[in-house]
Ligand binder design. Structure first.
Ligand SMILES: NC(=O)c1ccc[n+]([C@@H]2O[C@H](COP(=O)([O-])OP(=O)(O)OC[C@H]3O[C@@H](n4cnc5c(N)ncnc54)[C@H](OP(=O)(O)O)[C@@H]3O)[C@@H](O)[C@H]2O)c1
Length: 327
């Protein structure tokens, strides 16, 4: 299917998808967003709709509340699954752009091999269907060499595959989500905070809503971003910075310390990530000035905590629980 010269494919794909009400032969054609019922895909779908783009989403359950909300906001919902290539082909016919993101093994639901297979499948089908711009969301710790962490090295393989395909692609590498720091187990519920860096080391962070804004800006300027791979972040903070901003927002001291030796000894997953932080590959290396030029209202940790992140922070101060990932 779709093994035709790109121009002919495009003509056929456009001809059979003429119900989205826009000029489909130019770059304002629909963008198919994967993972749209989740964090990154949801952010991307909302930002693209906000920017006036035609958006399609692929959802395993089109009746899920998150899919319904996007349909109400104007997205066209396709039922589909990464395990069902025909469903992806259907959703891709006539798509101008594709945003690709997959879940990963620390979530506990899929293996690294599945993540690789799904990321490669989406890219292969996008190339096959003549998609004009593929944006793949990888991770900031991903580089040219394996890290020894399955969910980073999986993305390295997907990136390499995409670069070898005959498709115009951009690879964005999100840094740690600000939302992730609100998870139970990092200590906020006990009035303290622990993470991977020493108090003076810095790491980069991004609010999930900004992933969508940045990716939307990338789709809006295809010529500029095709062929590029770059980290995306909204802020860079040391442990001491986090202590300051968490304490100011909570109105009481929230001291920062790196994970204790006991915690690291008991959790090889955290131990490996902490080692990557010390080696410099976990921290992120985004060009914050360039990203802020692209999206001027990119959120710093301070502004996220004062705004859309505040309810999560308030809830995290009250929540209790353990670090969810145990691999
Ligand atoms: N946390 C961080 O700080 C961070 C930083 C950088 C990169 N990352 C990477 O971000 C990725 C996860 O992104 P996220 O947080 O946006 O994920 P998420 O919120 O867990 O959402 C996952 C999405 O994938 C969809 N999905 C799952 N299985 C599917 C299948 N078989 N077929 C089709 N769709 C399927 C889900 O749809 P359903 O509604 O059907 O379940 C959902 O929309 C991981 O690869 C992770 O390594 C995370």
């Amino acid at each position: 299917m779709c093994r035709l010269p790109a121009r002919l494919q495009r003509y056929i794909c456009v001809t059979f998808n003429d119900d989205e009400g826009f000029a489909m032969t130019n770059s304002t054609g629909p963008i198919l967003v994967f993972g749209a019922t989740g964090q990154q895909g949801g952010s991307v779908a909302r930002a693209l709709l906000e920017a006036g783009r035609a958006v399609r989403i692929l959802a395993r359950n089109p009746a899920a509340p998150a899919a319904e909300a996007l349909r109400t906001a104007g997205a066209k919902v396709f039922q589909g699954d990464f395990e069902d290539p025909a469903s992806i082909r259907r959703a891709m016919q006539g798509a101008d752009g594709v945003f690709s993101v997959q879940t990963s093994s620390p979530g506990g639901e899929i293996t690294d091999a599945q993540e690789i297979a799904w990321g490669i499948l989406v890219a292969d089908l996008a190339a096959e269907c003549g998609v004009r711009h593929l944006v793949y969301s990888s991770g900031a710790a991903v580089g040219d060499r394996p890290t020894g962490m399955g969910h980073f090295d999986s993305k390295m393989q997907i990136e390499a595959h995409i670069r070898a395909l005959p498709i115009a692609a951009t690879i964005v590498r999100p840094t740690v989500f600000m939302e992730m720091l609100m998870m139970p187990g990092f200590g906020l519920d006990e009035g303290r905070f622990s993470f991977f860096m020493t108090p003076d080391q810095s790491m980069e962070f991004i609010a999930v809503e900004d992933i969508g804004k940045l990716v939307s800006a990338v789709f809006a300027d295809r010529e500029r971003f095709v062929g590029q791979t770059f980290d995306i972040a909204g802020d860079r903070a040391t442990g001491r910075d986090l202590e300051r901003v968490f304490s100011a927002t909570a109105g009481r001291p929230i001291p920062y310390a790196r994970f204790s030796d006991e915690v690291l000894a008991a959790n090889p997953f955290l131990q490996k990530l902490t080692a990557l932080q010390d080696q410099g590959s976990l921290a992120g290396s985004a060009d914050l000035d360039a990203l802020r030029a692209l999206v001027p209202d990119l959120l710093s940790f301070e502004s996220w905590l004062a705004g859309s992140g505040n309810p999560q922070f308030v809830a995290a101060l009250k929540a209790s629980g353990n670090w969810a990932y145990s691999q």
